[in-house]
Structure formats: structure tokens, C-alpha cells
Design a protein around this ligand. Structure first.
Ligand code: XUL
Length: 545
């Protein structure tokens, strides 16, 4: 039986998605399992357990295991699993899974007559996993920053200043609050390495795409940093997965996976990675630093490929590893699609109405600005959620609020991505929100650049499948390039491209333009700047409706 297909699994915030590709044919099969509706007993809302403190965001990892069981069952029932030669895992980044000494033995003794879920109930030393939306570790971030010589030094060493959602502060908090639970923990996986472990039947390594998003790695050396590990918690390194800087085959699927879910025992599993590093591959951006990407998913992310590390002084944004052993930059915004949804629902609109309002809107919104911190925000760091309105933006005005949320999100991306170097020649937009043409139009005006949307919404799962194909085929000597593999899926020449007019761009980039107004509003809200009124008036005079 020829095994020409490759499987990408993406465990995102709200769902588990599978994409199966057959390189060379352009064929693509997809399937998704949604957490809230399918597993109500875990009481998640948009994939997360909602507690009283808006800064805390956890998930019971047993829910992810159930979803994996269901997905593997779907692949088996449809006859797909036996056609698969290699598997790549993508997952929401930064979440940590805490495992006890039963983990290894339970994986080696799985009985093929039963699903994963029932057999892995007792492998956890912590019942829930903090995920990327958690911002409850500000104290631990401060402690780690102090031990490692300040924000700039930490960003230079690990690729990021101490960041609330990252593994290091999360692990430190767990160790401080529950030392007995920490002692019981023998292995701390990232979500991507956890899912990979289930597929191969052993604790699996993590790649640099996900591993650099921990505040624990030395990104120059490509290994865990002894200083960062020591600053986090005692005896931590022995609990961490191995760190790989380049895609590699980790192992073949476990005998359990072959026996229960119909995979060929020779099916290879490559090292898992984060959803954003996988999207970079799925969008065809490896080796293309001139094109940047925006993912409008549960989080909004702005990212791009960088062939070499540049020594920039900065404390915002992140550097992660890319699939080819080079790097990518990323800036993450928590008030992404959920904030847009809040505004849409507040005014009883459909997504079509929302997009239409943006398509019709004159750029600039007459100087009216919203800071849409419905939840604690990552960029800029806002720990107490609050929605702020400036320039006479009335809460009753549906259209003005729709414009204000979309413009604020695009302007935050522009403002906080300046440190990454050259502005892009073009931007490709992916994930759910990329279907919204109004949003694409706003982004093109704010960035002053051509914008197109990516046809396949599941760019992370697609990227994971392409990474599996690239790694597996090249290890067998086939010398297939990233471009050849992505060409049939990431053909941006076929997409509709939006070009902004110079006059529209000027409304944001003029010295009295909306970007300057936005910056002042943001600084004012953060308590580091003057009230923005004068700048708003200057904008209105310069661009009177
Ligand atoms: C990136 C980030 C999110 C998650 C969820 O740093 O936190 O994009 O990966 O998708």
C-alpha cells in the first residue's frame, strides 16, 4: 500500500483540526472537532474554562485527549489513516501540561481495545493546564526579569522579555503555589510535545518554534538556558522535553496507534510545533522575509520569517525558531476575534453586516478611537480589562464602533511591529477573520501595503502536514523544497489582492494622522502619556470627514 499522504493535526484554542495532503496533487481533506459543543462536561467557553479571575485561563488536558481519540477514529473510519506516511502536530503555543511518573508507563501499556482517554486519566500532576490566554503571572515575570538582568537582557537571551503566558513564569507560579505538585511532576510538556508524545508513545521533544516561546531557551545556542532554567524553578531541566532546532523525525507511531487507529507501523511522526510557526510554513513564507502574515484567529498574530537573528533592543514581541532552523518574529494580541465578536453581538450584527460597514466606511472614523481591551491584553500589556472610547465615540453608534475596533486592531499591529525591521512588501491574512473583506481593507490602509487572504483557513494544520512531508521525504533523500511543497496550496497569485490608494494611506500616516492619535490614546491609557484631545482635534482639522 503506497503511503503518499501526510497528516497535520492542529490543536487550537477552540478546536482540533486535521488536514490530510497528498503532495503533488493539491488534494486536501479536512475535518474539525469543536471543543465547547462536543465535550460539554469540560465546561469550556471558546475552548477555555472561565473562572472568576479574568487573568486565569486554564483547560483540562483530558478534553484534548478525547478530541484526539475522536479525530483518530474519524481518520480510521474514512480509511485515511492507512494512507499516511508522516504526521506533524501543531498546537496553540505556550500552554504547559504537567505529568507525573505514571505518564511513561501508561503510554507504554496502552491497550488497543480501549480509547486513549480512559487509560490516561491518572498521568497528570496538575489537573488543568494554563494556556496562552493566561495572564496571571505578572509577579513571576518580575522575579525572573530581576534574576536575569532586566527586560532587554532577557529578550536578547530567550527571544522575549518575561511574558505572562510563557512556560517559565507559569511553571514558577505552580512551583510557588503547589510545591508538592511540582515535586510530583516528572515531565512538563508544551501542548505540541504533549500531543506528539501521545502519537509516539513516549515523552516527545519540542521544536524551537514552540520551545523558544518559553523564556527558557538560549536562542543563540539553540538549547535550554541554564540561567533561565535556574531562575524559574529548582531541578527544572530534567523535567523539560528535549529541544530540537530543526525539524526531525521523532519516531514511528506507537504500536497502540497502529493497532487501534489503523496507521501503518512505519508512519513517521515529526517534532511538533506551535500554530504560528506552522502557519508560517502553511502560508509558504519560509525564505520570504519580504511578505508578512496576519492570522485573525482566536488571537490576532502578526508574524514573518527572518533568516538571521538581529540584535535589537526591545521588550515587546517575540523571536521563535522557524521550521528550517532559522527564525520568525511574532507579536500577539489577545483581543482578536473574540473582541470583534463582542462588538458584532453588542449591536446584533452578522459578520456580513460587520464586513459591509468596514467596506463602506471612510477611513479614519472621524478621529474616533476604541481601545478594545475586553479581556486582559498581551500587546500592549493590560492586566485589568476595560474598553476605552476617545474622540466622541458613542457606545450607541454601531457603525462607528465596528470601525473603531477594526482600526484599533490594525493600528496596534502596525505600531507594535516596527521593531521587526523593514515594513513588508505585502501581507497575507489567514484564519477565520480573513474571510472578512472589510478587515482586509482596513489592514491594507493602515499598513499602506497590498493585502491578500489565504484560501485555506487551516494554515496551521496545513503547515504541520507540509512540515511532515518535507522532513520525511527529505530524510529519504528526495530533496523536495518548501516552495515545491507549498506551491499547490499557497498560491497567492490566485488570490484577490487589495491595494490601498495613497490618499487613504495618508489618513493614517500623515504627521497629524490617525496612527499618531492612536499612539497617544494608547500611551494615555497605559499611564505614560498626555491626554490625546489636542491630537484628535488636529486630526479632525486635517481630515474633516
Ligand atoms: C502566540 C500566542 C497565540 C497562541 C494561540 O504567541 O500566544 O497565537 O499560539 O493560537
Amino acid at each position: 500500500m503506497a503511503k503518499n499522504c501526510f497528516l497535520g493535526l492542529d490543536l487550537s484554542t477552540q478546536s482540533l483540526t486535521a488536514v490530510v495532503i497528498e503532495p503533488g496533487t493539491g488534494d486536501l481533506r479536512r475535518h474539525a472537532v469543536h471543543f465547547d459543543s462536543r465535550y460539554p462536561s469540560y465546561q469550556t467557553s471558546d475552548g477555555v474554562i472561565i473562572g472568576d479571575d479574568p487573568r486565569v485561563a486554564h483547560v483540562d488536558p483530558r478534553m484534548w485527549i478525547e478530541a484526539l481519540d475522536d479525530m483518530l477514529e474519524w481518520l480510521n473510519q474514512g480509511g485515511l489513516s492507512r494512507k499516511i506516511g508522516g504526521i506533524g502536530v501543531s498546537a496553540q503555543q505556550h500552554g504547559t501540561v504537567y505529568l507525573n511518573q505514571n505518564f511513561r508507563t501508561a503510554l507504554s501499556r496502552l491497550e488497543p481495545s480501549k480509547a486513549f482517554a480512559g487509560q490516561l486519566k491518572d498521568v497528570f500532576s496538575r489537573n488543568t493546564s494554563p494556556i496562552w490566554m493566561d495572564s496571571s503571572t505578572n509577579n513571576e515575570c518580575r522575579e525572573i526579569t530581576e534574576s536575569l538582568g532586566g527586560d532587554l537582557n532577557l529578550a536578547r537571551l530567550t527571544g522575549s522579555a518575561a511574558t505572562e503566558r510563557f512556560a517559565a513564569p507559569q511553571i514558577r507560579k505552580f512551583w510557588k503555589e503547589n510545591p508538592a505538585g511540582y515535586r510530583e511532576t516528572t515531565h512538563i510538556a508544551l501542548i505540541s510535545s504533549f500531543v506528539t508524545s501521545l502519537l509516539v508513545g513516549n515523552p516527545a521533544p519540542v521544536d524551537a518554534g514552540d520551545g523558544f516561546g518559553t523564556n527558557l531557551a538560549d536562542i543563540q545556542a539553540g538549547r535550554w538556558s541554564p540561567a533561565a532554567v535556574t531562575a524559574t524553578a529548582p531541578d527544572l531541566e530534567q523535567r523539560l522535553p528535549a529541544l530540537l532546532v530543526k525539524d526531525e523525525v521523532v519516531a514511528n507511531v506507537s504500536s497502540y496507534l497502529a493497532a487501534r487507529y489503523g496507521f501503518d507501523p512505519q508512519t513517521e511522526v515529526i517534532v511538533g510545533s506551535g500554530d504560528n510557526p506552522c502557519s508560517l510554513v502553511g502560508l509558504g513564507l519560509i525564505g520570504k522575509p519580504q511578505i508578512h502574515a496576519i492570522s485573525l484567529g482566536t488571537s490576532d498574530t502578526y508574524f514573518g520569517y527572518t533568516p538571521a537573528l538581529k540584535d535589537t533592543h526591545r521588550s515587546t514581541g517575540h523571536i521563535f525558531g522557524a521550521a528550517d532552523g532559522n527564525y520568525m518574529f511574532l507579536i500577539c494580541f489577545k483581543n482578536g476575534s473574540l473582541a470583534r465578536e463582542q462588538v458584532k453581538d453588542r449591536y446584533g450584527l452578522s459578520w456580513d453586516d460587520f464586513s459591509e460597514i468596514l467596506m463602506q466606511a471612510p477611513p479614519g472614523n472621524n478621529g474616533r478611537i476604541m481601545l478594545p481591551y475586553f479581556m486582559p491584553e498581551i500587546t500592549p500589556l493590560v492586566l485589568e480589562p476595560e474598553v476605552l472610547r476617545f474622540g466622541g465615540l458613542s457606545e450607541e453608534d454601531a457603525s462607528a464602533n465596528v470601525r473603531a475596533v477594526a482600526e484599533a486592531q490594525a493600528m496596534a499591529m502596525y505600531r507594535h511591529s516596527g521593531w521587526t525591521g523593514r515594513r513588508p512588501q505585502s501581507i497575507v491574512v489567514t484564519a477565520g477573520g480573513s474571510e472578512n473583506h472589510g478587515l482586509l481593507k482596513v489592514i491594507s490602509r493602515v499598513f499602506g501595503t497590498a493585502v491578500c487572504s489565504f484560501e485555506t483557513k487551516e494554515s496551521a494544520a496545513l503547515g504541520a502536514a507540509i512540515r511532515a512531508a518535507h522532513c520525511s521525504l527529505n530524510q529519504k533523500g528526495s530533496k523536495i523544497s518548501w516552495n515545491e511543497l507549498t506551491a499547490s496550496y499557497a498560491d497567492q497569485t490566485a488570490a484577490e489582492v487589495i491595494h490601498p490608494s495613497p490618499a487613504e494611506v495618508e489618513i493614517y500616516h500623515h504627521k497629524n494622522g490617525l496612527l499618531r492619535v492612536y499612539e497617544m490614546c494608547e500611551n494615555f491609557a497605559l499611564g505614560i502619556g498626555e491626554p490625546p484631545q489636542a491630537k484628535i482635534e488636529a486630526f479632525k482639522q486635517q481630515f474633516p470627514g
